[in-house]
Design a protein around this ligand. Structure first.
Ligand code: NAD
Ligand code: GLY
Length: 376
Protein backbone atom coordinates (compact mmCIF):
# COMPACT_ATOMS: atom_id res chain seq x y z
CA UNK A 1 0.00 0.00 0.00
CA UNK A 2 1.10 3.59 -0.45
CA UNK A 3 3.03 5.13 2.42
CA UNK A 4 1.24 7.15 5.05
CA UNK A 5 -0.65 9.89 3.27
CA UNK A 6 -1.31 13.09 5.18
CA UNK A 7 -4.66 14.89 5.05
CA UNK A 8 -5.23 16.84 2.89
CA UNK A 9 -3.32 14.33 0.83
CA UNK A 10 -0.80 15.25 -1.83
CA UNK A 11 0.16 12.70 -4.46
CA UNK A 12 2.91 13.54 -6.95
CA UNK A 13 2.80 12.28 -10.51
CA UNK A 14 6.46 12.04 -11.47
CA UNK A 15 6.89 12.77 -15.17
CA UNK A 16 10.05 14.87 -15.35
CA UNK A 17 9.27 18.41 -16.44
CA UNK A 18 5.59 17.46 -16.75
CA UNK A 19 5.30 16.31 -13.11
CA UNK A 20 2.36 17.60 -11.10
CA UNK A 21 0.55 17.31 -7.77
CA UNK A 22 -2.85 15.85 -7.03
CA UNK A 23 -4.33 17.53 -3.96
CA UNK A 24 -7.06 15.54 -2.23
CA UNK A 25 -9.23 16.80 0.62
CA UNK A 26 -12.54 18.25 1.65
CA UNK A 27 -13.41 21.93 1.01
CA UNK A 28 -10.56 22.27 -1.50
CA UNK A 29 -12.84 24.12 -3.92
CA UNK A 30 -12.91 27.10 -1.57
CA UNK A 31 -9.11 27.26 -1.81
CA UNK A 32 -8.88 26.51 -5.53
CA UNK A 33 -8.04 30.12 -6.39
CA UNK A 34 -4.94 30.04 -4.17
CA UNK A 35 -3.69 26.95 -6.00
CA UNK A 36 -4.58 28.12 -9.51
CA UNK A 37 -3.41 31.76 -9.23
CA UNK A 38 0.34 30.90 -9.25
CA UNK A 39 -0.17 29.13 -12.61
CA UNK A 40 -1.98 32.06 -14.27
CA UNK A 41 0.12 34.75 -15.94
CA UNK A 42 -3.01 36.85 -16.44
CA UNK A 43 -5.56 37.62 -13.71
CA UNK A 44 -8.19 35.27 -15.12
CA UNK A 45 -9.06 31.60 -15.51
CA UNK A 46 -11.15 29.84 -18.17
CA UNK A 47 -13.44 27.18 -16.76
CA UNK A 48 -15.31 24.47 -18.65
CA UNK A 49 -18.07 22.57 -16.88
CA UNK A 50 -21.40 20.87 -17.58
CA UNK A 51 -24.88 22.11 -16.76
CA UNK A 52 -25.32 20.11 -13.55
CA UNK A 53 -21.88 20.68 -12.07
CA UNK A 54 -21.84 24.33 -13.16
CA UNK A 55 -25.14 24.91 -11.38
CA UNK A 56 -23.81 23.29 -8.20
CA UNK A 57 -20.19 24.42 -7.99
CA UNK A 58 -19.23 27.18 -10.48
CA UNK A 59 -20.29 29.82 -7.94
CA UNK A 60 -17.97 28.44 -5.25
CA UNK A 61 -15.11 28.21 -7.74
CA UNK A 62 -15.75 31.78 -8.91
CA UNK A 63 -15.70 33.08 -5.30
CA UNK A 64 -12.44 31.33 -4.64
CA UNK A 65 -10.84 32.56 -7.89
CA UNK A 66 -12.01 36.11 -7.19
CA UNK A 67 -10.55 36.00 -3.69
CA UNK A 68 -7.24 35.08 -5.32
CA UNK A 69 -7.51 38.00 -7.78
CA UNK A 70 -8.70 36.03 -10.83
CA UNK A 71 -11.84 36.59 -12.91
CA UNK A 72 -13.71 33.54 -14.17
CA UNK A 73 -14.65 32.99 -17.81
CA UNK A 74 -17.17 30.16 -17.79
CA UNK A 75 -18.61 27.86 -20.42
CA UNK A 76 -21.01 25.01 -19.70
CA UNK A 77 -21.57 22.13 -22.11
CA UNK A 78 -24.51 19.73 -21.96
CA UNK A 79 -24.28 16.81 -19.53
CA UNK A 80 -23.53 13.44 -21.05
CA UNK A 81 -21.26 11.53 -23.40
CA UNK A 82 -22.66 13.48 -26.39
CA UNK A 83 -20.49 16.42 -25.32
CA UNK A 84 -17.32 14.41 -25.96
CA UNK A 85 -17.71 15.24 -29.63
CA UNK A 86 -15.78 16.95 -32.37
CA UNK A 87 -18.57 19.57 -32.62
CA UNK A 88 -18.50 20.44 -28.93
CA UNK A 89 -14.70 20.54 -28.99
CA UNK A 90 -14.88 23.00 -31.91
CA UNK A 91 -17.33 25.14 -29.95
CA UNK A 92 -15.00 25.21 -26.94
CA UNK A 93 -12.02 26.21 -29.08
CA UNK A 94 -14.09 28.93 -30.81
CA UNK A 95 -15.09 30.25 -27.39
CA UNK A 96 -11.47 30.33 -26.16
CA UNK A 97 -10.31 32.08 -29.32
CA UNK A 98 -13.13 34.63 -29.14
CA UNK A 99 -12.21 35.35 -25.51
CA UNK A 100 -8.59 35.91 -26.51
CA UNK A 101 -7.22 33.02 -24.44
CA UNK A 102 -3.51 32.37 -24.86
CA UNK A 103 -0.91 29.76 -23.96
CA UNK A 104 -0.24 31.44 -20.63
CA UNK A 105 -3.87 31.20 -19.60
CA UNK A 106 -5.24 28.39 -17.48
CA UNK A 107 -8.12 26.19 -18.63
CA UNK A 108 -9.89 24.44 -15.75
CA UNK A 109 -12.05 21.32 -16.09
CA UNK A 110 -14.78 21.46 -13.44
CA UNK A 111 -16.72 18.20 -13.72
CA UNK A 112 -16.58 14.46 -14.23
CA UNK A 113 -14.63 12.46 -16.77
CA UNK A 114 -16.60 13.80 -19.71
CA UNK A 115 -15.75 17.42 -18.97
CA UNK A 116 -12.19 16.42 -18.02
CA UNK A 117 -11.51 14.52 -21.25
CA UNK A 118 -13.01 17.28 -23.42
CA UNK A 119 -11.26 20.11 -21.58
CA UNK A 120 -7.91 18.33 -21.67
CA UNK A 121 -8.08 17.90 -25.42
CA UNK A 122 -9.13 21.53 -25.89
CA UNK A 123 -6.18 22.61 -23.71
CA UNK A 124 -3.80 20.43 -25.75
CA UNK A 125 -5.00 21.91 -29.05
CA UNK A 126 -5.47 25.55 -28.09
CA UNK A 127 -2.47 27.41 -29.53
CA UNK A 128 -0.57 24.09 -29.26
CA UNK A 129 -1.15 23.85 -25.54
CA UNK A 130 -2.50 26.04 -22.79
CA UNK A 131 -2.23 25.40 -19.06
CA UNK A 132 -4.67 22.82 -17.79
CA UNK A 133 -6.05 22.13 -14.31
CA UNK A 134 -8.41 19.31 -13.40
CA UNK A 135 -11.05 19.83 -10.71
CA UNK A 136 -12.75 16.41 -10.85
CA UNK A 137 -16.21 16.20 -9.29
CA UNK A 138 -17.13 12.51 -9.72
CA UNK A 139 -15.48 9.71 -7.76
CA UNK A 140 -14.46 8.09 -11.06
CA UNK A 141 -12.79 11.30 -12.21
CA UNK A 142 -11.04 11.78 -8.84
CA UNK A 143 -9.50 8.30 -8.82
CA UNK A 144 -8.99 7.74 -12.53
CA UNK A 145 -9.79 10.06 -15.42
CA UNK A 146 -8.31 13.30 -14.03
CA UNK A 147 -4.92 11.63 -13.53
CA UNK A 148 -2.58 10.45 -16.26
CA UNK A 149 -3.20 12.78 -19.18
CA UNK A 150 -5.49 10.76 -21.43
CA UNK A 151 -7.78 13.26 -23.16
CA UNK A 152 -10.25 12.50 -25.93
CA UNK A 153 -13.51 12.99 -27.75
CA UNK A 154 -15.54 10.23 -29.41
CA UNK A 155 -15.95 9.51 -33.12
CA UNK A 156 -18.85 7.81 -34.90
CA UNK A 157 -16.45 4.83 -35.26
CA UNK A 158 -15.94 4.47 -31.51
CA UNK A 159 -15.21 5.97 -28.12
CA UNK A 160 -12.10 8.05 -27.36
CA UNK A 161 -10.70 7.67 -30.88
CA UNK A 162 -9.63 11.32 -31.23
CA UNK A 163 -7.33 12.36 -28.45
CA UNK A 164 -3.96 13.26 -27.05
CA UNK A 165 -1.79 12.54 -24.06
CA UNK A 166 -1.76 15.91 -22.33
CA UNK A 167 -1.01 16.17 -18.62
CA UNK A 168 -2.66 18.69 -16.32
CA UNK A 169 -0.46 20.96 -14.22
CA UNK A 170 -2.54 20.36 -11.13
CA UNK A 171 -5.43 18.17 -9.98
CA UNK A 172 -7.67 19.43 -7.16
CA UNK A 173 -9.90 16.62 -5.90
CA UNK A 174 -12.37 18.09 -3.41
CA UNK A 175 -14.01 15.03 -1.86
CA UNK A 176 -16.83 17.08 -0.28
CA UNK A 177 -18.42 17.70 -3.71
CA UNK A 178 -19.12 13.97 -3.94
CA UNK A 179 -22.03 14.43 -1.49
CA UNK A 180 -24.26 15.57 -4.38
CA UNK A 181 -23.21 12.77 -6.73
CA UNK A 182 -26.01 10.29 -7.57
CA UNK A 183 -25.49 6.92 -5.84
CA UNK A 184 -24.98 4.94 -9.06
CA UNK A 185 -22.20 7.34 -10.12
CA UNK A 186 -20.62 6.95 -6.67
CA UNK A 187 -20.61 3.17 -6.94
CA UNK A 188 -19.23 3.34 -10.48
CA UNK A 189 -16.25 5.27 -9.09
CA UNK A 190 -15.87 2.79 -6.25
CA UNK A 191 -15.40 0.02 -8.82
CA UNK A 192 -12.30 1.84 -10.08
CA UNK A 193 -10.98 2.07 -6.50
CA UNK A 194 -11.36 -1.71 -6.12
CA UNK A 195 -9.49 -2.05 -9.44
CA UNK A 196 -6.30 -0.58 -7.94
CA UNK A 197 -6.46 -3.07 -5.07
CA UNK A 198 -6.88 -5.96 -7.48
CA UNK A 199 -4.04 -4.84 -9.74
CA UNK A 200 -1.16 -4.81 -7.29
CA UNK A 201 -2.17 -3.97 -3.73
CA UNK A 202 -3.46 -6.89 -1.64
CA UNK A 203 -3.09 -4.79 1.55
CA UNK A 204 -5.45 -2.20 0.08
CA UNK A 205 -7.85 -5.03 -0.84
CA UNK A 206 -7.89 -6.16 2.81
CA UNK A 207 -8.36 -2.52 3.90
CA UNK A 208 -11.34 -2.20 1.54
CA UNK A 209 -12.87 -5.38 2.94
CA UNK A 210 -12.83 -3.65 6.35
CA UNK A 211 -13.54 -0.06 5.28
CA UNK A 212 -15.21 -0.16 1.85
CA UNK A 213 -18.65 0.58 3.32
CA UNK A 214 -17.29 3.79 4.85
CA UNK A 215 -15.78 4.81 1.50
CA UNK A 216 -19.11 4.29 -0.25
CA UNK A 217 -20.86 6.21 2.56
CA UNK A 218 -18.37 9.08 1.96
CA UNK A 219 -16.99 8.99 5.49
CA UNK A 220 -14.30 11.70 5.10
CA UNK A 221 -11.22 9.89 6.45
CA UNK A 222 -11.94 6.60 4.68
CA UNK A 223 -12.85 8.40 1.46
CA UNK A 224 -9.76 10.62 1.50
CA UNK A 225 -7.54 7.61 2.15
CA UNK A 226 -9.12 5.54 -0.64
CA UNK A 227 -8.89 8.37 -3.17
CA UNK A 228 -5.27 9.06 -2.21
CA UNK A 229 -4.20 5.39 -2.38
CA UNK A 230 -5.94 5.08 -5.76
CA UNK A 231 -4.30 8.21 -7.15
CA UNK A 232 -0.91 7.07 -5.83
CA UNK A 233 -1.39 3.72 -7.60
CA UNK A 234 -2.31 5.38 -10.86
CA UNK A 235 0.53 7.91 -10.51
CA UNK A 236 3.01 5.07 -9.97
CA UNK A 237 1.91 3.26 -13.11
CA UNK A 238 1.64 6.39 -15.29
CA UNK A 239 5.10 7.50 -14.18
CA UNK A 240 6.51 4.21 -15.46
CA UNK A 241 4.58 4.12 -18.74
CA UNK A 242 2.90 7.39 -19.66
CA UNK A 243 1.89 6.33 -23.19
CA UNK A 244 0.72 2.79 -22.46
CA UNK A 245 3.40 0.81 -24.20
CA UNK A 246 3.54 -1.68 -21.33
CA UNK A 247 2.56 -1.68 -17.68
CA UNK A 248 -0.15 1.02 -18.03
CA UNK A 249 -2.30 -1.63 -19.71
CA UNK A 250 -2.83 -3.09 -16.20
CA UNK A 251 -5.19 -0.17 -15.62
CA UNK A 252 -7.48 -1.90 -18.12
CA UNK A 253 -8.28 -4.70 -15.64
CA UNK A 254 -11.97 -5.46 -16.21
CA UNK A 255 -12.10 -3.05 -19.14
CA UNK A 256 -11.96 -5.50 -22.07
CA UNK A 257 -15.00 -7.39 -20.75
CA UNK A 258 -16.47 -4.11 -19.48
CA UNK A 259 -16.08 -2.29 -22.76
CA UNK A 260 -17.72 -5.20 -24.58
CA UNK A 261 -20.66 -4.98 -22.15
CA UNK A 262 -20.95 -1.23 -22.71
CA UNK A 263 -20.80 -1.72 -26.48
CA UNK A 264 -23.44 -4.47 -26.31
CA UNK A 265 -25.63 -2.00 -24.43
CA UNK A 266 -25.01 0.73 -27.01
CA UNK A 267 -23.16 2.85 -24.40
CA UNK A 268 -26.54 3.80 -22.93
CA UNK A 269 -26.72 5.24 -19.40
CA UNK A 270 -28.54 2.10 -18.21
CA UNK A 271 -25.04 0.60 -17.78
CA UNK A 272 -22.43 3.05 -16.50
CA UNK A 273 -18.76 2.58 -17.34
CA UNK A 274 -17.85 1.74 -13.73
CA UNK A 275 -20.76 -0.71 -13.45
CA UNK A 276 -19.47 -2.49 -16.57
CA UNK A 277 -15.92 -2.45 -15.18
CA UNK A 278 -17.10 -4.01 -11.90
CA UNK A 279 -18.71 -6.91 -13.76
CA UNK A 280 -15.73 -7.01 -16.14
CA UNK A 281 -13.26 -7.38 -13.25
CA UNK A 282 -15.30 -10.19 -11.71
CA UNK A 283 -15.38 -11.90 -15.12
CA UNK A 284 -11.62 -11.45 -15.60
CA UNK A 285 -10.96 -13.03 -12.21
CA UNK A 286 -13.37 -15.93 -12.79
CA UNK A 287 -11.76 -16.49 -16.18
CA UNK A 288 -8.38 -16.51 -14.40
CA UNK A 289 -9.76 -19.24 -12.10
CA UNK A 290 -10.98 -21.21 -15.11
CA UNK A 291 -7.47 -20.94 -16.57
CA UNK A 292 -6.04 -22.45 -13.38
CA UNK A 293 -4.25 -19.21 -12.53
CA UNK A 294 -6.10 -18.11 -9.43
CA UNK A 295 -7.82 -19.57 -6.37
CA UNK A 296 -11.63 -19.56 -6.77
CA UNK A 297 -12.13 -18.35 -3.20
CA UNK A 298 -10.08 -15.21 -3.90
CA UNK A 299 -12.14 -14.45 -7.02
CA UNK A 300 -15.24 -14.92 -4.87
CA UNK A 301 -13.88 -12.49 -2.27
CA UNK A 302 -13.39 -9.86 -4.99
CA UNK A 303 -16.96 -10.34 -6.27
CA UNK A 304 -18.20 -10.15 -2.69
CA UNK A 305 -16.38 -6.85 -2.12
CA UNK A 306 -18.05 -5.35 -5.19
CA UNK A 307 -21.47 -6.87 -4.50
CA UNK A 308 -21.45 -5.74 -0.86
CA UNK A 309 -21.19 -2.15 -2.11
CA UNK A 310 -24.17 -2.68 -4.42
CA UNK A 311 -22.38 -3.45 -7.69
CA UNK A 312 -23.52 -6.35 -9.88
CA UNK A 313 -20.95 -8.96 -10.88
CA UNK A 314 -23.07 -11.53 -12.76
CA UNK A 315 -24.07 -11.13 -16.39
CA UNK A 316 -27.65 -12.27 -15.89
CA UNK A 317 -28.35 -9.58 -13.28
CA UNK A 318 -26.54 -6.73 -15.03
CA UNK A 319 -28.73 -3.79 -16.10
CA UNK A 320 -29.30 -3.34 -19.82
CA UNK A 321 -28.98 -7.05 -20.74
CA UNK A 322 -29.25 -9.64 -22.11
CA UNK A 323 -25.56 -9.90 -23.03
CA UNK A 324 -25.13 -12.85 -25.43
CA UNK A 325 -21.64 -14.38 -25.46
CA UNK A 326 -21.29 -14.08 -29.24
CA UNK A 327 -22.11 -10.39 -29.15
CA UNK A 328 -19.60 -9.77 -26.36
CA UNK A 329 -16.84 -11.65 -28.15
CA UNK A 330 -17.55 -9.76 -31.38
CA UNK A 331 -17.23 -6.54 -29.43
CA UNK A 332 -13.91 -7.75 -27.95
CA UNK A 333 -12.64 -8.39 -31.47
CA UNK A 334 -13.11 -4.67 -32.17
CA UNK A 335 -10.53 -3.95 -29.45
CA UNK A 336 -7.84 -1.78 -31.02
CA UNK A 337 -5.19 -4.32 -30.00
CA UNK A 338 -7.02 -7.46 -31.22
CA UNK A 339 -5.13 -9.55 -33.79
CA UNK A 340 -6.41 -12.66 -35.63
CA UNK A 341 -9.01 -13.67 -33.03
CA UNK A 342 -6.72 -12.99 -30.10
CA UNK A 343 -6.93 -10.02 -27.77
CA UNK A 344 -4.89 -8.83 -24.79
CA UNK A 345 -6.63 -9.49 -21.47
CA UNK A 346 -5.66 -8.47 -17.95
CA UNK A 347 -5.87 -11.59 -15.79
CA UNK A 348 -4.72 -12.33 -12.23
CA UNK A 349 -2.68 -14.90 -10.32
CA UNK A 350 -4.25 -13.77 -7.05
CA UNK A 351 -5.61 -10.73 -5.24
CA UNK A 352 -3.31 -7.81 -6.11
CA UNK A 353 -1.47 -9.92 -8.68
CA UNK A 354 -2.81 -8.82 -12.06
CA UNK A 355 -0.79 -9.36 -15.22
CA UNK A 356 -1.11 -8.76 -18.95
CA UNK A 357 -1.90 -11.82 -21.07
CA UNK A 358 -1.13 -10.56 -24.55
CA UNK A 359 -3.08 -13.16 -26.54
CA UNK A 360 -6.25 -14.49 -24.92
CA UNK A 361 -8.04 -17.05 -27.08
CA UNK A 362 -11.45 -15.58 -27.87
CA UNK A 363 -13.07 -18.94 -28.67
CA UNK A 364 -12.19 -20.07 -25.14
CA UNK A 365 -13.46 -16.75 -23.78
CA UNK A 366 -16.74 -17.35 -25.66
CA UNK A 367 -17.12 -20.78 -23.99
CA UNK A 368 -16.46 -19.18 -20.62
CA UNK A 369 -19.09 -16.48 -21.21
CA UNK A 370 -21.62 -19.13 -22.28
CA UNK A 371 -21.00 -20.97 -19.02
CA UNK A 372 -21.38 -17.72 -17.07
CA UNK A 373 -24.73 -17.03 -18.73
CA UNK A 374 -25.96 -20.57 -18.01
CA UNK A 375 -24.97 -20.28 -14.36
CA UNK A 376 -27.25 -17.22 -14.06
P1 NAD B 1 -19.68 12.24 -16.14
O1 NAD B 1 -18.61 13.20 -16.39
O2 NAD B 1 -20.75 12.08 -17.16
O3 NAD B 1 -20.44 12.59 -14.80
C1 NAD B 1 -21.54 11.80 -14.43
C2 NAD B 1 -22.78 12.66 -14.15
O4 NAD B 1 -22.64 13.19 -12.83
C3 NAD B 1 -22.97 13.85 -15.07
O5 NAD B 1 -24.36 13.99 -15.32
C4 NAD B 1 -22.49 15.03 -14.25
O6 NAD B 1 -23.16 16.24 -14.58
C5 NAD B 1 -22.83 14.59 -12.86
N1 NAD B 1 -21.95 15.11 -11.81
C6 NAD B 1 -20.61 15.22 -11.86
N2 NAD B 1 -20.15 15.62 -10.67
C7 NAD B 1 -21.21 15.78 -9.86
C8 NAD B 1 -21.38 16.16 -8.50
N3 NAD B 1 -20.33 16.40 -7.70
N4 NAD B 1 -22.63 16.24 -8.02
C9 NAD B 1 -23.71 15.94 -8.80
N5 NAD B 1 -23.63 15.55 -10.07
C10 NAD B 1 -22.38 15.47 -10.59
O7 NAD B 1 -19.12 10.77 -15.85
P2 NAD B 1 -17.74 10.19 -15.29
O8 NAD B 1 -18.08 8.82 -14.88
O9 NAD B 1 -17.08 11.09 -14.32
O10 NAD B 1 -16.82 10.16 -16.59
C11 NAD B 1 -17.06 9.28 -17.65
C12 NAD B 1 -16.13 9.64 -18.77
O11 NAD B 1 -14.80 9.50 -18.32
C13 NAD B 1 -16.28 8.76 -20.01
O12 NAD B 1 -16.37 9.58 -21.15
C14 NAD B 1 -14.97 7.95 -20.04
O13 NAD B 1 -14.56 7.65 -21.34
C15 NAD B 1 -14.02 8.91 -19.36
N6 NAD B 1 -12.86 8.28 -18.73
C16 NAD B 1 -11.64 8.79 -19.03
C17 NAD B 1 -10.50 8.25 -18.44
C18 NAD B 1 -9.17 8.86 -18.72
O14 NAD B 1 -8.15 8.30 -18.31
N7 NAD B 1 -9.11 10.02 -19.37
C19 NAD B 1 -10.61 7.18 -17.55
C20 NAD B 1 -11.87 6.68 -17.26
C21 NAD B 1 -13.00 7.24 -17.86
N1 GLY C 1 -8.08 4.74 -17.44
C1 GLY C 1 -6.97 4.01 -17.97
C2 GLY C 1 -5.75 4.86 -18.13
O1 GLY C 1 -5.70 6.00 -17.75
O2 GLY C 1 -4.78 4.37 -18.65
Amino acid sequence: MADTLTSPHTVRVELGERSYDILIGSALLSKAGDHIAPLAKQPRAFVLTDGTVGGLYAGALEDSLRAAGLTLHLKAVSDGEGSKSWDTLGGVLDWLLAEGAGRDDVLVALGGGIVGDLTGLAAALMKRGMKFVQVPTTLLAQVDSSVGGKTAVNASQGKNLIGAFYQPQLVLADTSVLSTLPERERLAGYAEIVKYALIDDADFFHWLEQNGADVVALEPDALGHAVAVSCAAKARIVSQDERESGVRALLNLGHTFGHALEAANGFKPSLLHGEAVAAGMALALRYSVRQGLMDGQDAQRASQLLESAGLVTHLSRLPGGPYPADFLVDAMKQDKKARAGRVPLILARGLGRAFIKPDADLSDVRDFLQEELQQG
